[in-house]
Design a protein around this ligand. Structure first.
Ligand SMILES: N[C@@H](CCC(=O)N[C@@H](CS)C(=O)NCC(=O)O)C(=O)O
Length: 309
């Protein structure tokens, strides 16, 4: 995938690995926040917009929070086509309705016409100031979790639960490194050593989480927290894409005694199933790489009873 250089798209593939063949993820450049007390980006109805690709696990986190936190009436959304094109993520011929953008890079140059960097999803856009608030999913879900309660007039469920904050942070760190990003470290490794190491760490974490979930319903106990949703974004894609396309093939999630019913348990929570788009997941991982063949399977039933309550 290419990138913008001083506001111009350059299609040449940008190197993603270091000298040891390890996959390196770049940092997100837009890190402002929406908050009740902000002059720049205050909480307001119909002011913010998300640009996402429903196949992408990072963008998916924000789609999931928008749904489970009931924020759809306040935050509008545009979806790119799942597969990457010559100019990165694209909205197709007609473009998307908010900015008439045809590509995600048009959203970045609309915010900064001299922008240099990768054009990633998700993007959280402020319609009033005409700029990008933030393009880091970890920040965006925290805002969605905490900042919009007043607007809704109710106190919805919190997922970054203060009493579990330390535990969530610890889980997030290991799960991000070895699972969320770990599958990419397997899939994009450019050396056998880098792949082997990522693979070992990935399955060591999955095995430990499976053991943990034997004793408790969710990662921190009996309540769903941010750590569960962040893990779920990868688990729901695992058997469909990472197992085969990223060579994460020691075990499928559906082979795990506890992780598999746990995945179904989260899938069956209110507001979740409608955010899971299996065709988009296949589209992003298989449609973006030659030979662009979309597999028929696997057959997975996320609606089967989970027996975890
Ligand atoms: N740190 C970002 C990462 C987002 C990200 O890497 N998104 C991928 C799609 S799955 C992307 O847009 N990649 C395009 C690129 O790297 O140029 C986040 O979590 O929000």
């Amino acid at each position: 995938m290419g990138m913008l250089v001083e506001g111009r798209w350059q299609s040449e593939e940008v190197r993603r690995t270091n000298a040891d063949g390890e996959f390196i993820r770049t940092r997100s450049p837009f890190r402002d926040v929406i908050s009740k007390n902000s002059d720049q980006h205050p909480v307001a109805e119909d002011r913010y917009h998300l640009f996402v690709n429903a196949g992408c696990p990072w963008a998916y986190r924000t789609m999931l929070y928008r749904s489970v936190k009931n924020l759809a009436p306040y935050i509008s959304i545009s979806y790119t086509l799942p597969a990457m094109g010559e100019e990165g993520w694209t909205f197709g011929e007609k473009g998307e309705p908010l900015l008439a953008a045809r590509h995600i890079h048009d959203v970045y140059t609309a915010a900064d016409n001299n922008f240099t960097g990768r054009c990633t999803v998700p993007v959280l856009w402020d319609k009033s100031t005409g700029t990008i608030v933030n393009n880091e999913s970890a920040d965006i879900i925290r805002m969605f979790d905490a900042e919009f309660d007043d607007l809704q007039g109710v106190t919805p469920t919190r997922y970054y639960i203060p009493k579990y904050a330390e535990q969530i942070d610890r889980l997030n760190e290991r799960i991000y490194t070895t699972v969320n990003n770990g599958v990419y470290r397997c899939g994009f490794a450019q050396s056998q050593e880098a792949y082997n190491q990522a693979y070992e760490l990935l399955f060591a974490t999955l095995d430990d989480l499976d053991a943990l979930l034997r004793h408790q319903r969710y990662l921190c106990g009996e309540e769903i927290t941010e750590a569960d949703w962040r893990l779920f974004a990868t688990l729901i894609r695992f058997d469909v894409a990472y197992y085969s396309q990223f060579n994460c093939n020691k075990r499928r999630i559906s082979d795990y005694r506890h992780l598999w019913p746990y995945t179904r348990d989260l899938y069956q929570q209110s507001g979740v199933a409608e955010t899971v788009d299996i065709d988009a997941i296949k589209g992003i991982y298989f449609g973006s790489r030659p030979p662009h063949i979309i597999p028929e399977g696997p057959e997975l039933d996320f609606t089967a009873p989970h027996y975890r309550d």
